[in-house]
Design a protein around this ligand. Structure first.
Ligand SMILES: C[S@@+](CC[C@H](N)C(=O)[O-])C[C@H]1O[C@@H](n2cnc3c(N)ncnc32)[C@H](O)[C@@H]1O
Length: 273
């Protein structure tokens, strides 16, 4: 247990920079994070850590704190249905709605360690009708530099590939490297990863055909959630699709998007104005 002003200081800092809310009854979830920082920054205890942070926060200290305070839980083909629907009914929908385009612009807007954007590409190629991945411009971003580092490495443990990834896709798209599994470059090289803070970043306007923004807004308060979703809506082309996490919705958010059943999944479509 740390002193109340320590929890207050760190939770306010994290909220200000990420929008992630650690409410008073969640303060205990900061304890293990403090312990990791104490070890990594080689200070004596949490009091000394606090003294260090209130004096001056260097970019490295900022990154270490933000990396620790994000929840990077993810896995391949998470919730499965959106990936299957996108690969079959989604591809048909995109062709009908946008006609002949050079490329479809996709964005995985909180991609964590990369399983989501890689799953999208594997699904498009292997669940549907062998969709030509050259027609996809796949962007992925996250606020956590550690998560992005792992995503870019394309290397996952045995446990990580066992979570959600069908065995035939493991064989098709990965090479075993000692105890780990490394994605083949034919998929890895197709994803452009970058650091992007959904709260403060400058969004591209009217650009994307498909955005995945899943399991990230649950950590935001109502006002921030509305702000981010407004930007995401502006970032989609009219007719573009938004996939949210299972149990997430646009209820109470006033933006021109309508829910649509796509195969066995649900997504939102940006309405033409
Ligand atoms: C639980 S993971 C979800 C990953 C993936 N979308 C999925 O559904 O499996 C949430 C991710 O959101 C990122 N995140 C949290 N706040 C963010 C913000 N303000 N801007 C961008 N990414 C953020 C975290 O770093 C974390 O990797």
């Amino acid at each position: 247990m740390a002193r109340p002003e320590i929890y207050k200081f760190f939770s306010e800092y994290v909220y200000k920079h990420t929008g992630i809310l650690y409410k008073e009854n969640d303060y205990y979830r900061l304890d293990s994070r403090f312990n990791t920082l104490v070890k990594d920054l080689e200070v004596k205890d949490v009091d000394e850590l606090y003294n260090l942070y209130i004096q001056k926060i260097t970019p490295a200290m900022h990154t270490a704190l933000i990396d620790l305070c994000t929840n990077n839980e993810t896995y391949f083909m998470r919730d499965l249905k959106p990936f299957k629907a996108l690969a079959k009914e989604g591809v048909e929908y995109l062709k009908e709605t946008f006609g002949q385009v050079l490329k479809y612009n996709f964005w995985s807007a909180a991609s964590s360690t990369g399983q989501e954007p890689y799953s999208i590409l594997m699904a498009l190629e292997s669940f549907g009708t062998n969709f030509d991945l050259n027609k996809i411009d796949m962007n992925a971003s996250d606020i956590s530099t550690e998560a992005l580092k792992k995503a870019k490495s394309g290397t996952y443990t045995g446990l990580e590939v066992q979570r959600g990834l069908p065995a035939n896709l493991l064989i098709k798209y990965f090479d075993q490297v000692e105890n780990d599994w490394k994605l083949k470059s034919e998929i890895m090289s197709r994803v452009r990863f970058s650091e992007f803070n959904l709260l403060t970043g400058v969004f591209k306007s009217n650009h994307y055909h498909v955005i995945f923004c899943r399991n990230v807004l649950i950590y935001q308060d109502v006002e921030n959630k509305k702000k981010i979703l407004k930007e995401i809506c502006n970032s989609l082309k009219p007719g573009g699709l938004l996939f949210m996490g299972a149990g997430e919705s646009l209820i109470g958010v006033d933006i021109p998007m309508k829910q649509m059943e796509l195969g066995k999944a649900y997504c939102y479509v940006k309405q033409s104005s």
